[in-house]
Design a protein. Structure first.
Length: 423
């Protein structure tokens, strides 16, 4: 099975070892594979047989690498892995009721090792960069990319440099990044400026750029779509709904579902829905124009992980939406926090950007785009503790945090108040 880097715009090809992100024409590159030599049904059985418990010692196919034939057949060996991926699908009647969709599943990517979906891409991209002899790793980040890259850089023994917008990274993500030993530079600009600067630095020095412009990141991230199809017996839901910021993730899902259909694993593609925050909605605005124009905005939203005004994977994401007959929707910060409250109240929890997916399902259902009986998967991209400030703010609004003297009488009154609330 041959693999290469290929430009979707002009069809130019480059060897994988070039580790390029962009073509000479300016388009982002994709990793393209020849069809697997093994029939899809047989490969599906192999993938299932490789699914081992986290305690399995000396696992030759850890984490997402059980899909290596569809990711990178010439994979680094041993894989640089924290046993990422293989995250659960959840259903809860309260979530279905909230959205008005009977069969609504939540794919919880916050249960990856560093608490976000980014780990899937880092195991591939950092592993390849390390094998090719890069001496340092670089990213621009609103938080989750930084935390994940810092972890995988530490695992691989490579220094990590992070460019972050000053004062715009949630505390939980900043703490993770520092704990794993990365060097953080806060710039007086937004994420889009940080990414432009990171791309120039990577061009000038032998530093591997690990943002989602890197095509190897997409290869890892697409395994979540493989798991969704596998979870439904190699069928696909009617809809897969994702938060949308820099647009790498929806690009990965689109690529994955296209490959599964073309290689015979599934008979169709699900429709994809990209959900943006109203204050960070360039892709939504472009969608409203039929993608005839690429729109940029000055992004501002409580959902820090998708606070991006000029998404780098725009062209990739347009292809994913068009090929799946998908849609792009926007939701307000109020709608995001309402959805987060519904998820948190069920014991699952997520960061605000993740809740945009559920808010989007609810809005698309209210508009009649998603049907009440359709099978829908909403992707939760990040863990609850990624943004602890959002949790504390909501606790104040709900009035469920207080201070009392060590008095049994006062505590009994509080217990009665709590029980009254439950009624």
């Amino acid at each position: 099975m041959g693999s290469r880097l290929q430009c979707p715009r002009c069809s130019s090809t480059f060897p994988l070892e070039s580790f390029r992100s962009t073509c000479t024409c300016g388009s982002l590159l994709d990793v393209r594979h020849d069809p697997p030599p093994v029939p899809a049904q047989k490969l599906a059985e192999i993938f299932g047989a490789r699914l081992r418990p986290p305690s399995a010692a000396n696992d030759p196919f850890p984490g997402v690498w059980r899909f290596r034939e569809l990711i990178l057949p010439e994979a680094p060996d041993p894989a640089l892995s924290l046993r990422e991926g293989n995250t659960p699908l959840f259903r809860h009647p309260a979530i279905s009721h909230f959205a008005g969709v009977e069969e609504l599943w939540l794919k919880h990517e916050g249960m990856n090792p560093t608490g976000s979906f980014k780990d899937r891409g880092m195991t591939v991209a950092v592993g390849v960069a390390r094998r090719l002899g890069y001496r340092a790793l670089l990213c621009a980040s609103t938080g989750n990319t930084a935390a994940s890259l810092a972890a995988y850089g530490a695992l691989g023994g490579l220094p990590v440099l992070v460019l972050a917008p000053q004062g715009k990274v949630a505390l939980g993500k900043m703490i993770q990044t520092l704990a794993f030993g990365a060097f953080i530079v806060e710039i007086t600009g937004d994420f889009d400026e940080a990414l432009r600067l990171a791309m120039r630095l990577a061009d000038d020095h032998r530093i591997a750029l690990l943002n989602s412009v890197n095509p190897f990141r997409i290869e890892g991230q697409k395994t979540a779509a493989f798991e969704i199809a596998e979870g439904f017996g190699w069928d696909v839901p009617d809809w897969v709904v994702l938060p949308a910021g820099n647009l790498g993730n929806i690009s990965a899902y689109g690529k994955a579902f296209e490959e599964l259909q073309s290689w015979g694993f599934t008979k169709r593609m699900p429709r994809l829905a990209a959900i943006q925050a109203e204050g960070a909605n360039p892709f939504y605005r472009s969608f409203q124009l039929g993608f005839a124009q690429r729109v940029e905005v000055k992004a501002e939203t409580i959902a820090t992980a998708i606070r991006i005004g000029s998404p780098a994977s725009f062209e990739r994401a347009v292809r994913a939406v068009r090929s799946s007959e998908g849609v792009v929707e926007q939701v307000t910060d109020v709608e995001i926090l309402e959805a987060k409250g519904a998820i948190d109240a069920c014991g699952l929890g997520c960061e605000p950007a993740s809740a945009a997916a559920l808010a989007g399902v609810r809005k698309l259902r209210s508009r009649g785009i998603i049907g009440p009986k359709q099978r829908v998967v909403a992707v939760l991209t990040g863990n609850l503790l990624k943004d602890p400030d959002a949790v504390l703010r909501r606790a104040q609004d709900l009035d469920n945090r207080t201070t009392l003297p060590a008095s049994e009488v006062d505590l009994r009154k509080l217990v009665e108040r709590v029980l009254q609330r439950e009624r």
